[in-house]
Design a protein around this ligand. Structure first.
Ligand SMILES: [Fe+2]
Ligand SMILES: [Fe+2]
Length: 347
């Protein structure tokens, strides 16, 4: 019996979608599958969480493909929206229960940004996670290739996520978001766009650039959850403030990590010309983190201190999904199981 994400995938492509969305049997099956996921999660089954993220990813990713792509669902269809909302609600509840007290404590900090920075840097997903020293010092070429491959779903959509955040945000905040975006698009030079740079690194490692759209089964669910967190907070208007917190988090975390990845990839034989994506982020994200803190979040929270809680939901949500990714990838590498995802078929 297919899972929800497999059914959603089957609804993409060449099917007569309009009829399919109106088909009562399809609706019943979809609703049943959503209920199954919710009950699995309430019973504490990891499979429930995995199925939730795989299903949400199938829906979200349709917002990040070209409008004329065949790889889409009708994301504005009420049925699809209702599936998405039900699953998001369950996920939000899990995160809120887990981080409620930390959020409350940090929201009342007298030295908010310093404490926030410490929280981000001290989190287990930070540079001290064993994954990063492993990648730098002893990972094989296959391990490093897998690390880069698995990070595809979020990395390849990064600049698109920024696009969803600009409406209604003006002044210096908008200038900062736009200047981050300007860096993403190579300051107007196509060859220097971060997307192109990443794809050229992926080519050097023989990674398919469309896999995150055409074959999400090839990623561990934790990586899809990481991408989903940004998708959820950027696509839901009311959660855009969370996305700002999550983005501060990634800009602060990336440079240190990128130095480790750079050393690891050099060690296994990649050339500097293949590593521009990595070296560029080691530098540019320091500037992005400062800009995001000083020109976006500081003025926002001065005007609206009540939004600290919302920003922190984004920070802790992102820390949670990033921590799970680090644990999972290290486990896969150490247990020599990375091929278990590479060999997976579409449905
Ligand atoms: Fe970038
Ligand atoms: Fe950045």
């Amino acid at each position: 019996m297919n899972t929800l994400h497999q059914i959603l995938r089957l609804m993409k492509g060449t099917y007569n979608k309009a009829e399919l969305y109106r088909d009562e049997t399809v609706s019943e099956i979809l609703n049943l599958k959503v209920e199954e996921i919710i009950s699995d999660i309430s019973e504490g089954k990891e499979q429930g969480l995995e199925n939730l993220h795989r299903a949400l990813y199938e829906i979200y990713i349709c917002h990040f493909v070209s409008p004329w792509s065949e790889d889409v669902l009708d994301v504005n269809d009420l049925q699809i929206l209702s599936i998405r909302t039900k699953l998001e609600k369950v996920w939000d509840k899990i995160l809120e229960q887990k981080y409620e007290s930390e959020i409350e404590q940090l929201a009342n900090s007298q030295d908010f940004f310093n404490d926030l920075e410490k929280t981000i840097h001290n989190h287990k997903s930070g540079i001290d996670h064993e994954l990063f020293s492993y990648l730098r010092e002893s990972a094989t070429l296959d391990d490093l290739r897998e690390y880069i491959r698995q990070e595809g779903p979020f990395d390849l959509c990064f600049s698109d996520i920024l696009c969803y955040l600009m409406p209604g945000i003006y002044g210096q905040k908008r200038i900062e978001i736009a200047s981050n975006f300007w860096d993403e698009i190579g300051k107007g030079k196509e060859a220097r766009t971060h997307r192109k740079l990443r794809i050229s690194l992926m080519k050097a490692l023989n990674i398919d650039e469309y896999e995150h759209i055409q074959n999400p089964a090839k990623y561990c669910w934790e990586e899809l959850a990481l991408a989903n967190f940004y998708f959820k907070s950027s696509l839901n208007r009311k959660k855009n403030t969370q996305a700002l917190g999550a983005l501060l988090c990634v800009e602060m975390a990336v440079p240190g990590k990128m130095n480790y990845i750079y050393d690891g990839l050099k060690r296994v034989g990649l050339r500097d010309k293949d590593l521009v994506y990595v070296s560029e982020h080691s530098v540019v994200d320091i500037k992005h983190a400062q800009g995001w803190r000083d020109d976006v979040l500081t003025p926002l929270l001065e005007e609206r201190p009540d939004l600290r809680t919302e920003v922190l939901k984004g920070v802790f949500g992102r820390l949670e999904v990033a921590g799970n990714v680090c644990d999972k990838l290290l486990k896969l590498m150490k247990e020599k199981k990375i091929s278990s995802y590479q060999d997976r078929a579409t449905v």
